[in-house]
Design a protein around this ligand. Sequence first.
Ligand code: PLP
Length: 305
Amino acid sequence: MAPDHGRGATVDSGLLTKTATAIAYVDGTFLPAAEAKVSVLDRGFLFADGVYEVVPAYGGKAFALKEHLARLARSLRELQIANPHAEAEWVALAQQLVERNGGGDCMIYFQVTRGAPEKRAHAFPAGARPTVVGLCSALPAPSEATMRDGVSAITRPDIRWGRCDIKSVALLPNILATQAAAEQACNEAILHRDGRVTEGASSNVFAVLGKSVVTPPKGPDILSGITREVVLEALRAAKVPVQERRLMLNELRSADEIWLTSSTREVLPVTKLDGDPVGSRKPGPVWKKAYAAFQERKSVSSRGA
Ligand code: PLP
C-alpha cells in the first residue's frame, strides 16, 4: 500500500505544470528551479551547517509569516549565522516567490547556510557570506479521505541531538523515522525519549486525554511549531482546556484522540497508532473543533485580514 501523506496522493496536471516551471531564488537571483545551483563547498552541503523554514501560503498570501521569520531569525542566532536579510526583505522575498510561482495555495521554503568558503574546515570560516535559497511549490489541500478517516502513525525512539528547537537542515534521524513510517504505509513517526513523547518526525503532537488537550512543552526537545501555536491559541479562545506538559508514551497509547500539526499538514487526525485504533477509530469531536478554528484562521489570513 502506498503511504498516505495526508494530502491528495495525486497531483493534478495544473500543479504538475507549475512544479515543472518552478522559479527558485539563490543569493539575489530568481531563476528556473531546474537551473538553480549552489557550490559544492557550501557548508549546507558539506556539514548540514544551515537552517530552513517552511511557510504555507493560502490564496497567494503567506500564513503567519511574521512568526516563521521570527523563528528563522532565532535559528540563525542560535547557530551564530548572521541573518542576511531584514524582516521586510524576507517578506518581499516571500511575496515574490509566491507571485513568480503563480500564487494560490503553496509552500515557501527558505534555507540559509553558513556560506561557501574556499576550503572545507569544521570551524566557522572567517568572512563567509551566508547562502540564501528560496523555493516554492504547490500545497494541495488535505484529501477528503484523510479528513474522514484520519491517518496512521508509528512510534519510534527519538535519536536526535539536544537542540531540536533549532530548525536545522540536519534531518537524518527525522528522515530515517519518516522512512520507517512510509514503509508501514504510515503518515508519521511519533518520537519518544525516556518514556515521553517529544514530537513527530516533521510535526508536533497533540493528545486528547479526557477533557484536556495535552501537548509536550516547548524546549530543546521539540521544534516550536507555528501551527502548534496557532492551534493552542485557537483552543484557548474556544475555552477548550489545554495543557502544555510532559506527555507519556503510555498516555498517548490510551488517548481519546491524537493529532499532528504542521505547516503542510495543518491539523491532522491520527486514528491508528502502531496498528492499534485510537479512540473511536475516527477523527474525534475535539479535533473537529480545532480543525474548524484553524480553517477560520486560514481564511481570515487569505482574505488579507
Ligand atoms: N516538528 C518538526 C520536527 C518539524 O519538522 C515540523 C515542521 O516541519 C514541526 C514540528 C511543525 O512545525 P510548523 O507547524 O512550524 O510547520
